[in-house]
Design a protein around this ligand. Structure first.
Ligand SMILES: Cc1cc2nc3c(=O)[nH]c(=O)nc-3n(C[C@H](O)[C@H](O)[C@H](O)COP(=O)(O)O)c2cc1C
Length: 225
């Protein structure tokens, strides 16, 4: 394929239903070849990634399923995924995303069981044949975490360019130690979050979601033009 960067940016979206079409190690290596070109302060490249398919993918799913069954609210992350009480405009953005997503799937607000069921799909990689886990050295500062994010986005765009769909998954973050143990990630390395990767199911209603964005004038200020 090869799209313009602008095309890749505008067509990439979080895919939450996948076909079981496998993705080869060669394809994933090609994606990583591109993604590793992401910039980082001091060229530290403060990122690592564990790519899982087959038995390794299942091992993570099983380990986290077991933890969820035994102790669903145990948060293993160094800090909570979101600030304790989100404020505006972030609160409304998050709320709207959820409402738009469940509306597409025909899940009403009151149907807590269906919503929970849906959230649990995260722990099956939404059916994607490949999972990725982003890893960072726990001694790094917020600065390097930002650069890990740049690597992650580069990877999503490189995948998009090759016709592969993805969804970042912080759903794994509260279970980061369990995931790390299942995959042999050892301190000082720690798992940050996951990603589902594969071929999008074009018929799944959830994949019609086009998450909104704030207008340029809401996020940018131009001076001196
Ligand atoms: C670091 C990160 C973690 C995310 N974790 C999840 C997740 O656990 N489950 C999920 O369904 N979406 C997750 N998302 C997807 C966001 O909801 C999505 O990126 C946002 O709504 C914008 O939509 P878009 O990616 O389709 O443009 C995550 C996104 C990022 C960047």
């Amino acid at each position: 394929m090869s799209q313009s960067v602008s095309d890749a940016l505008n067509t990439r979206m979080s895919t939450r239903a996948f076909l079981d079409t496998p993705v080869s190690e060669d394809e994933l290596r090609a994606v990583l070849e591109d993604a590793r070109r992401a910039a980082s302060g001091g060229n530290l490249q403060p990122w690592k990634v564990v790519v899982v398919a087959g038995e390794a993918r299942q091992r993570v799913i099983d380990a986290v399923s077991k933890k969820l069954a035994e102790n669903p609210f145990d948060d293993e992350a160094a800090f909570p995924v979101y600030p304790e009480k989100l404020w505006e405009p972030y609160r409304s953005r998050r709320y709207e995303l959820g409402e738009d997503m469940y509306a597409l799937m025909g899940v009403p607000r009151e149907d807590k069981a269906a919503r929970l069921n849906w959230l649990m799909q995260n722990y099956q990689f939404f059916g994607a044949p490949v999972g990725l886990f982003f890893v960072i050295d726990e001694r790094m500062n917020p600065n390097q975490w930002a650069h890990l994010g740049m690597f992650m986005m580069s990877l999503a765009l490189a995948a998009q360019d090759r016709g592969l769909a993805s969804c970042f998954q912080e759903a794994w973050t509260p279970h980061c130690k369990t995931v790390g143990e299942a995959l042999g990630v050892e301190s000082p390395d720690q798992v940050y979050c996951g990603m589902a990767l594969g071929h999008a199911d074009p018929d799944a209603p959830v994949n019609q979601l086009r998450a909104k964005r704030a207008a340029v004038d809401e996020i940018a200020r131009f001076e001196g033009f």
